[in-house]
Write a protein that binds this ligand. Structure first.
Ligand SMILES: Cc1cc2nc3c(=O)[nH]c(=O)nc-3n(C[C@H](O)[C@H](O)[C@H](O)COP(=O)(O)O)c2cc1C
Ligand code: SF4
Ligand code: SF4
Length: 321
């Protein structure tokens, strides 16, 4: 058997899980490879018998570079694939849609698994409900999941088709309200980034360009290009990573303004009338799904991320993502 674990990870959570899944697979498939979505060629999936596909949950789904990659993958004929993700407190729409899309592409989806992950997002409360994840318990689960997926793939290949799980059902949850509110409000409030060439260190610094998951930044172009639209990123999923990692503040966002609107009960929260994140975290803890590593009274005690990490860069990248 030839196996590949393929993933995108912006802030490192999904990477940690992917590495442990690879370790689990390698117990029976020593040559199992690990690649980022940026390194992999969509045409090359033909070379493998079993594929693991991992992504963070963004706005309920996979990240846009993972989606773009899948769009480029040729039609399959039943190749075994399992999917995994890491997320904050609202993961529930990820697998119901992704599994169906993968099946439509011709993959046989043999398993899914999710883990909580720390959140690095300018408007997230700090500390966040899921900070500290994935921890050693999560990573041991990831290793076991890798082993299980190989065993399941072998059994399905030898005729035990009943081991193929049914696609998870869509559910009506608070996240759906949150997503609807984003759309109804005319888009994602996080997408209003600005680029100030006066503060930019390019070409000495290339961090944002090297780490933009969509390749939307080209500061060597004339005029320099930052973002999906002109010189601002209006990406609906709300990626703001370049702002998070810029060491000088050349990329900035209107966080004060958005935080003030949120405090007044404006988007998001108009329809729900309660804090959807806190509610989702409460439910996840009560059901035993989330093992909180941050005491409840500490959540948000440092304020929103952009204040807790006011100094630039807000998040330090060690390597190209
Ligand atoms: C743009 C963006 C959107 C996100 N949307 C969601 C979401 O809809 N639901 C959720 O539970 N977590 C969401 N998160 C949190 C991430 O899924 C979580 O931090 C994940 O573990 C990050 O993985 P990584 O470290 O591999 O990049 C979002 C994070 C970002 C940056
Ligand atoms: S917000 Fe920045 S890093 Fe994210 S996709 Fe847009 S330009 Fe790229
Ligand atoms: S990260 Fe900031 S300083 Fe560095 S190239 Fe990008 S905009 Fe310029």
């Amino acid at each position: 058997m030839k196996a590949l674990v393929l993933y995108y990870s912006q802030t490192g959570n999904t990477k940690k899980v992917a590495e442990e899944i690879q370790r689990g697979i390698r117990r029976s498939v020593p040559g199992c490879e690990l690649k980022t979505i940026q390194e992999a060629d969509p045409e090359s999936l033909e070379d493998y018998d079993l594929i693991g596909l991992g992504s963070p949950v963004w706005m309920g789904g996979e990240t846009p570079n993972v989606r773009r990659f899948l769009d480029q993958v040729p039609k399959q004929e039943g190749k075994h694939l399992f999917s995994f993700n890491t997320h904050g407190v609202m993961p529930e729409h990820f697998f119901p849609s992704l599994v169906r899309r993968l099946a439509a592409k011709g993959f046989t989806v043999i398993g899914t698994r999710d883990w909580y992950g720390a959140v690095h997002f300018q408007l997230a409360p700090k500390p966040y409900f899921t900070d500290g994840h994935p921890d050693s318990v999560d990573l041991a689960e990831a290793e076991a999941f890798g082993r299980e997926m190989v065993e399941r793939s072998v059994r399905i290949a030898s005729g035990e088709a009943e081991l193929i799980p049914a696609p998870p059902e869509h559910s009506y949850t608070a996240q759906l309200h949150v997503l609807l509110e984003f759309y109804q409000a005319g888009g994602n409030p996080h997408g209003r980034l600005k680029y100030d060439p006066e503060k930019c260190l390019y070409p000495k610094c290339r961090l944002c360009q090297d780490n933009c998951l969509m390749g939307y930044i080209d500061l060597g172009a004339d005029p320099p290009r930052h973002g999906s639209e002109g010189n601002g990123c209006n990406m609906w999923m709300g990626c703001t990573f370049c702002e998070l990692i810029c060491p000088t503040g050349a990329i900035s966002g209107p966080w004060e303004e958005i935080a003030a609107a949120m405090a007044r009960g404006e988007n998001p929260g108009v329809v729900l009338g309660y804090n959807p994140l806190a509610k989702a975290a409460e439910g996840a803890i009560a059901s035993g799904r989330l093992r909180p590593l941050v005491p409840g009274e500490e959540v948000g005690s440092k304020g929103p991320y952009f204040k807790a990490y006011g100094k630039r860069p807000r998040f330090r990248v060690r390597e190209k993502k």
